[in-house]
Design a protein around this ligand. Structure first.
Ligand SMILES: [Zn+2]
Length: 318
């Protein structure tokens, strides 16, 4: 039996999970749930499912051996034409401090028309925050791990209003510089459109540009350089002392990228750096005994990476 199913069937075991206290109401029906709660160190943590999307294996595993990939996808019972992938956002609360990590794809009543193509934006983050009685004006900090649309689309509303009006925004300097210089000229125009709408206006606002690896953002929150997927992607160490979680953002898009560190995706800017980052993050999680949260894995994306000789294995746990 897979560990995940085993835990679902044996809730008594939850007491043995060392770092995260899962709330019983959320453990039984994770496929349908849109809000998941747990505790990490001093934080009340809420993970929101902004949207479900699908990707294709040809974009996720561009250099994988075909038969090896087929076997692997069978193991995960995944259709290569339609790999399910949630978009998430995480809220960390400690007293009056409310830190949002990533902002979802955004929401627009009307489809967005860009270069003759129509895009529907139906991210649910704002609606789910309201359901949890979280006023967006009370969000104190927003951490943006990188500037791809699924992480930044909710920063401004469709009519151009800043959604988190009182928040300080934390972004890596390298990410900011890459997208605001000619270095990003070859990037998809749609990505630049999202950035101009959601990120660029922050330049006159409450902005903290991160420059160091392992830089403290706030009590219980440390930024870790995780470049490769983009020029300045960050991962995050959340919590304190023995109760900590590693938020890996898009360093891995699917558990198979943990098992096959060299399998490249079409969405990574620099494959060599992306692979080095994958190793760095897994070794960090192992060394510090941290559970992992992965943005695009099965919701809520919590689990462990277990070393198996030269390789790693992903175990869903949450
Ligand atoms: Zn993403």
């Amino acid at each position: 039996m897979e560990r995940r199913q085993f835990i679902k069937k044996n809730t008594g075991l939850l007491a043995t999970i060392p770092f995260i206290n899962l709330q019983p109401h959320s453990i039984f029906d994770l496929m349908d749930t849109e809000i998941f709660k747990c505790k990490i160190g001093g934080f009340e943590c809420t993970i929101f499912k902004d949207l479900m999307f699908t990707y294709q294996a040809k974009d996720y595993f561009i250099n994988a051996d075909k038969s090896e990939l087929n076997d692997a996808l069978n193991k995960y019972q995944v259709d290569p034409e339609s790999i399910p992938s949630p978009y998430i956002a995480m809220l960390l609360q400690n007293g009056n401090q409310k830190i949002l990590i990533d902002s979802g794809i955004g929401f627009s009543e009307e489809p967005i028309v860009f270069k003759g193509k129509t895009f529907v934006l139906k991210g649910k983050l704002k609606q789910l925050l309201a359901k949890e009685n979280i006023d967006t004006d009370n969000i104190t900090d927003v951490v943006i791990t990188h500037f791809h649309p699924d992480h930044i689309g909710g920063v401004h509303s469709s009519d151009g209003q800043l959604v988190f009006r009182n928040a300080k925004f934390h972004i890596h300097q390298d990410e900011w510089d890459f997208w605001h210089t000619s270095k990003s000229d070859s990037q998809p125009p749609l990505f630049k459109f999202f950035i101009e709408k959601n990120i660029t206006p922050l330049k006159n606002g409450n902005l903290n540009l991160i420059t160091q690896d392992y830089q403290k953002i706030s009590k219980g929150l440390i930024s870790v350089n995780a470049q490769g997927h983009t020029a300045g992607q960050i991962a995050l160490i959340i919590g304190e002392e023995r109760e900590r979680l590693l938020y890996i953002s898009d360093a891995f898009l699917h558990p198979l990228h943990i098992e096959q560190l060299h399998w490249r995706t079409n969405f990574d800017l620099d494959h060599k750096k992306a692979k080095d980052t994958r190793s760095k993050l897994l070794e960090l999680a192992e060394k510090e005994s941290m559970k992992i949260n992965a943005f695009h894995f099965d919701f809520p994306g919590l689990g462990f990476a277990e070393r198996n000789g030269q390789k790693w294995k992903w175990i869903y746990d949450g």
